[in-house]
Ligand binder design. Structure first.
Ligand code: PMP
Ligand code: GLN
Length: 379
């Protein structure tokens, strides 16, 4: 059989989690919380399972959840997405991204991807016959050179994928970035696919600016979100996609035959939980404290690092400490120090040598402190 994805193997997240398990290492690699979701949310799932919400949800999602998503989006960005025609509940952001890409990309179309990039974008583009065109950024980049981005646009460019707050760098895009994106997308009639799964995790008083808050972008964008990050429920694979009705209609044709609908009682539970904004608005402070705890604990190691601005990842460069390639170092630290991380080269299509590791700090405080102690001894 000829592979449709010849360049794809097992994801780095699966690999590093397996290696962590094998060596009983602390897993600061794969991005998932070590702690559980709210007991109130668990009780809501139980309530809806017991009250018979166990058959297929409507294809676009349970209406109360779509209404709750519309409400929270309006509060955050001022954009009114219609629950009936513009909001679709998906199997995680992964499905939302895959379907959005499949909806717009035809064979031969070029899609602009900023790298380092989350690993699901490129295979989705390639399965539709599209061609990823990379804008390469340093893992600790200071700003985006929008002229360089514009230089990558050709008459074949169909879409651009953006991600803020960003995995793995923790960068949060500025209003100027969003406006530059809008100008570029309008000038070249590009579709924007915006991965905003870390929308509620931003630090140091910065704000997440959704593409949905910029009218010129909202009208040409698929905005993809995930409750996995927001409610510590990555295993539920519950996400959503916001897009104008015309785009949503085409998106749903693919969603309908990929999964039809997603897990019913969890949708009702999340809909009810969303009624209390504190359940998601407290998340930034929660993770900012963890970021600071971890960063303070590893400070003396001497990594070169800028504090993460958002997401639950901290990148560190060890270029001043070691010549080792990041994959080799990540594997060695897992085996010898008992701390698993993600080598950031995994987020680049071509070979790179940025000597950068990604730590996930969505872990219990004692795990973060223990990991820092082990790293202090090993590095
Ligand atoms: N995009 C980014 C940037 C992510 O970090 C993740 C989660 N690892 C996803 C998408 C996928 O989200 P989900 O688990 O809801 O499919
Ligand atoms: N998004 C998570 C991360 O970046 C991993 C998700 C996955 O394992 N596919 O670590």
């Amino acid at each position: 059989l000829q592979s449709k994805l010849p360049n794809v193997g097992t994801t780095i997240f699966t690999k590093m989690s397996a290696l962590a398990e094998e060596h009983k290492a602390l897993n600061l690699a794969q991005g998932f919380p070590e702690f559980d979701c709210s007991p109130d949310l668990q009780r809501l799932v139980d309530k809806y399972v017991r009250s018979g919400k166990n058959q297929y949800a409507p294809m676009p999602g349970a209406l109360p959840l779509r209404e709750a998503i519309a409400r929270k989006t309006f509060e955050a960005s001022g954009r009114e997405y219609h629950p009936v025609s513009e909001i679709t509940v998906t199997s995680g952001a992964t499905e939302a991204l895959f379907v959005a890409i499949s909806t717009v990309v035809y064979p031969g179309d070029e899609v602009i991807v900023f790298e380092p990039a989350y690993d699901s974008y490129v295979p989705a583009i390639e399965l539709s016959g599209g061609i990823p065109v990379f804008v390469t950024l340093d893992p600790q980049y200071d700003y985006i050179d929008w002229e360089a981005v514009a230089a990558r646009v050709t008459e074949k460019t169909r879409a651009i994928i953006v991600n803020t707050p960003h995995n793995p760098t923790g960068k949060v895009w500025t209003a100027a970035d969003l406006h530059a994106l809008a100008a570029l997308a309008e000038a070249h009639d590009l579709v924007v696919i915006s991965d905003e799964v870390y929308e509620y995790i931003v630090f140091d008083g910065l704000a997440h600016i959704s593409v949905s808050s910029v009218p010129a972008l909202a009208e040409r964008s698929f905005v993809c979100g995930s409750f996995g990050k927001t409610f510590h429920t990555t295993g539920w694979k519950l996400g959503y996609c916001l897009a104008p009705a015309e785009l949503t209609a085409e998106f749903r044709k693919i969603h309908q035959f990929l999964v039809f609908s997603v897990v019913t009682p969890f949708q009702f539970a999340v809909a009810e939980f969303l009624a209390e904004p504190e359940h998601y608005l407290a998340l930034s402070a929660f993770y900012e404290r963890k970021r600071d705890l971890f960063n303070d604990a590893i400070r003396d190691i001497g990594f070169i690092m800028k504090p993460s601005e958002g997401s639950f990842f901290q990148n560190v460069s060890y270029a001043n400490l070691s010549e080792e390639a990041d994959v080799a170092l990540a594997e060695r630290l897992t085996r010898e120090a008992g701390v698993a991380t993600i080598p950031v080269s995994a987020f680049y299509a071509r070979e790179t040598d940025y000597k950068t590791l990604r730590f996930c700090f969505a872990k219990n405080d004692d795990t973060l402190l223990k990991a820092a102690g082990l790293l202090n001894k090993a590095v």
